[in-house]
Design a protein around this ligand. Sequence first.
Ligand code: MRU
Length: 338
Amino acid sequence: MLDQTRLPGEVVQVTLTEWPEVVDAIRTMVVRGAPAIGVAGAMGVALAAAGAAATGATREAFDAEVGRAIAALRDARPTAVNLAWAVDRLGGIVTAHEGTPGEIAFDLADAARGIHTDEVERCVAIGNHSLRLITRGARILTHCNAGALATGGYGTALGVVRAAHAADPTVTVIVDETRPLLQGSRLTAWELEREAIPYTLISDNMAAALMAQGRVTHVVVGADRIAANGDVVNKIGTYGVAILAREHGIPFIVAAPTSTLDLSMPSAAGIPVEERAAGEVRGLSLFGRPAASPDSPVANPAFDRTPARLVTAIVTEQGVHRAPYERSLRDAWDTAGH
Ligand code: MRU
């Protein structure tokens, strides 16, 4: 995988061969973004199975090792449901399988590759469905990185941008830098540059002023988890952007595959929000010096909850969903065959 912590300065591929390395890569955000950590998690389970099968493990020992990997991968990050969804899917294959460890390991590798291919196809479908929501000459504000890096290819919010820009080359993007980990400036800007899609980078506190000046026509973001009622959990700062969009009459569009739905959650209230290390907030340097005292008390929730009433539309690979979301998201889940 591409090491996302080293972008945009260095483009470095890392090769992981043991499942604990995958747990670590997810935790440290070498790989990040909801669908991408799902794909990585599935590959981690497949690695655990291949490793156990190669040692000639009994079926019992094999199941125990794969079970350990599933539990650790599932816990690596708590908010994006794609991770639990993907590893549990592979867990289900193990439970139902009557073959030898070698045969199961083979099928798990196949299933992990299948999840990767499916996620990319879902993103392309999201891009196509979204075309009817994006008007000519759109100036699309996006938050965080919901691009190829975050999804194993193409992207959800950036998939919408890609499709819109291919249909209308006058489409441009406004990129929130996305404090504290700067996924916007480090990753989204890097992707857009490679795609030759024109963009303007702003710090997060500039969005309101640009909206007031009429410089934003749409907001498009991804999601880490979407509850049954259409509440959206996404990168910290998304909720604020949604409030701003409502105030300025700008459509707020969420693009996510059905693997990001968690219909067991009636609303976002019960969705866990990861709290990350204080150093991520204090860590910025300016003028060659730390920008915060090393002792500053810090809050660092990595995600926030945007209520469905602020969401204009949710686009999945199954189509465009509008409020009330319950029925439409349930149908999308069922049609996707999860
Ligand atoms: O903490 P991160 O960088 O993994 O958070 C990622 C986001 O919040 C993305 O917007 C979300 O996962 C959607 S990616 C298609």
